[in-house]
Write a protein that binds this ligand. Structure first.
Ligand code: HEM
Length: 90
C-alpha cells in the first residue's frame, strides 16, 4: 500500500533508541529513518551506526562519510519528518 509518514517530535525521537523492543530511528536533515533494518549491512559496523540512534545523525554521518547518500540508501526506511515539540496534533 501507500506508506504513511509520521510527524516526529524531538522527545519522540529520543525514545526510539533501538532498546526496550523499539526500533532505532535517526534523523537526517529533518527526515526520520528507521535504521534498524540497515544495522547488519552497515560497512562501519552496528556500534558505529547505533551512535546515531534516537537522535539527529547528520553530524556523526557527515564527519565520517559525507559522500555516502543516506537518502538513497535508506529511502525505503523513511518514517516521517521532524516537527517542533509543540506542533499541533491532527
Ligand atoms: C562506512 C553507510 C551512518 C560510521 C560506511 C559506508 C557506507 C555507510 C555505505 C562505506 C563507505 C565507503 O567505504 O566509502 C551509512 C549509512 C548511514 C551511516 C547509510 C546512516 C543511515 C553512520 C554513522 C556513523 C558511521 C552515524 C558514525 C557514528 C561509519 C564508519 C565507516 C562507515 C566509521 C567506515 C568503515 C571502514 O571503512 O572501516 N557507512 N553509514 N556511519 N560508516 Fe556509515
Amino acid at each position: 500500500g501507500v506508506p504513511t509518514f509520521q510527524r516526529v517530535t524531538p522527545s519522540h525521537l529520543k525514545t526510539m533508541t533501538g532498546r526496550k523492543g523499539k526500533p532505532a530511528w535517526s534523523s537526517w536533515q529533518g527526515k526520520v529513518y528507521n535504521i534498524t533494518p540497515y544495522l547488519p549491512f552497515h560497512p562501519g559496523g552496528e556500534a558505529e551506526l547505533m551512535k546515531a540512534a534516537g537522535r539527529d545523525g547528520t553530524k556523526l554521518f557527515m564527519d565520517v562519510h559525507p559522500w555516502v547518500n543516506w537518502e538513497n540508501m535508506l529511502g525505503s526506511c523513511l518514517v516521517g519528518v521532524m516537527v517542533p515539540e509543540d506542533f499541533a496534533k491532527e
